[in-house]
Write a protein that binds this ligand. Structure first.
Ligand code: SAM
Length: 123
């Protein structure tokens, strides 16, 4: 599958997930930049029941981004479509994650984030 997610990235994600689960850290996952879904497919396996996977990508559909960003996308992701992501993802999962088709700068962090008490991540 085309993408930029290497074996070492995969091992890191799995290890981080193990550490979080061992420490009772729960919550949704937001991926910014999915391309054909290599990393998202793994993240879809790592989310626990009750957690959500959200994926933000332009999917070459959204023009509300800077000219530099457009240039980068034209260079690296030309021809890439949302269906490419969906078809690959559905080979491994029964349903799609929640898709945010917008520039990552438009993500509403107040709506998606949550307040954690200070020291939540300290042991
Ligand atoms: C390097 S690829 C991601 C690789 C992917 N995680 C994988 O597993 O192969 C970067 C992705 O970011 C998306 N992208 C580029 N600019 C973006 C922006 N401003 N907001 C959201 N997504 C963007 C591109 O459409 C592309 O799919």
């Amino acid at each position: 599958m085309p993408g930029w997610f290497s074996d070492i990235d995969l091992r890191l994600f799995v290890e981080l997930d193990r550490i979080q689960k061992d420490n009772g850290i729960t919550g949704d996952i937001l991926e910014i930049g999915a391309y054909c879904g290599k990393s998202a497919i793994l993240l879809g396996h790592l989310i626990a029941p009750g957690e959500r996977l959200l994926v933000c990508d332009l999917f070459n559909e959204n023009e509300r981004t800077s000219s530099a960003n457009r240039e980068e996308n034209d260079r690296w992701y030309e021809g890439f479509r949302r269906e490419d992501f969906e078809n690959h993802y559905l080979r491994f999962h029964a349903s799609l994650p929640e898709l945010l088709v917008c520039p990552s700068t438009e993500i509403d962090r107040d709506a998606l984030g949550r307040e954690l008490p200070l020291g939540t991540y300290r042991r």
